[in-house]
Ligand binder design. Structure first.
Ligand code: DX5
Ligand code: ZN
Length: 209
């Protein structure tokens, strides 16, 4: 199991990034919000791009945007492992997935709590990651929605049945208690639990166990 630390980018904190950089965290999860797909708005790319100054970790970019085309191109210039876009937006998703792949980056689809997991099935052959949201997208520090576990189980079964290589990531409300509900996933995204802890490394190790 890998851990992706959401450093709560709406309050861009270089100190947290530097602290994460000396842990064995697998990825830095970067939440990007446009004020349209979600009400909240993150810093513009010209400021967010400075992330690279504080971390050498691979980025797990989560674009919560109505039209992420521009930011796919922007973030593709950074050290990205994944770029994930929401499944609920009205854009040609297959084209956007291709665009991400053309940069040599793994493509993900994020699925909000109220969207049926079946919606992602037609894309599974084309994507590398499904980011299952366990909270309403928009902000850190919310409570894990227990219904997410049913979705995760269905998705896992589908991936196994079809022998696909898609990774499952879960995002929102993950802490030292809720991690036990999602044992079967490949990546855990965790923000407040790590960032608000006294010892980042100790928390990361516990989240993995
Ligand atoms: C929610 C974001 C999450 C969030 C995670 O909109 O996509 O990545 O920052 O934060 P916690 O772990 O605090 O729920
Ligand atoms: Zn996120």
């Amino acid at each position: 199991m890998k851990i992706s630390a959401s450093f709560l980018s709406s309050h861009y904190i270089s100190r947290d990034l530097e602290k994460l950089n000396v842990t064995d965290i697998d990825y830095i999860h970067v939440d990007v919000m446009d004020g349209k797909f979600v009400r909240q708005k993150s810093l513009p790319f010209k400021e967010l791009k400075n992330i690279y100054k504080y971390t050498s970790k691979r980025l797990d970019v989560h674009l919560m945007e109505k039209d992420p085309r521009k930011d796919i191109r922007n973030f593709a210039l950074l050290n990205c492992e994944f770029i994930t876009i929401p499944i609920e937006i009205d854009v040609p998703l297959f084209d956007y997935i291709d665009l991400i792949h053309r940069y040599g980056i793994k493509a993900g689809l994020a699925i909000s709590p109220h969207t049926d997991i079946e919606k992602v099935y037609p894309y599974l052959e084309k994507i590398d990651l499904v980011l299952v949201m366990a909270v309403e997208p928009g902000m850190g520090g919310q409570e894990f929605m227990l219904e997410t576990t049913v979705k995760l189980a269905k998705l896992k079964q589908k991936i196994e049945e079809e022998k696909l290589k898609v990774l499952i990531s879960v995002d929102g409300g993950i802490n030292l208690e809720t991690k036990d509900y999602v044992k079967d996933v490949d990546i855990l995204v965790s923000g407040s639990c790590i960032i608000h802890s006294d010892n980042f490394q100790e928390t990361i190790t516990k989240l993995r166990s």
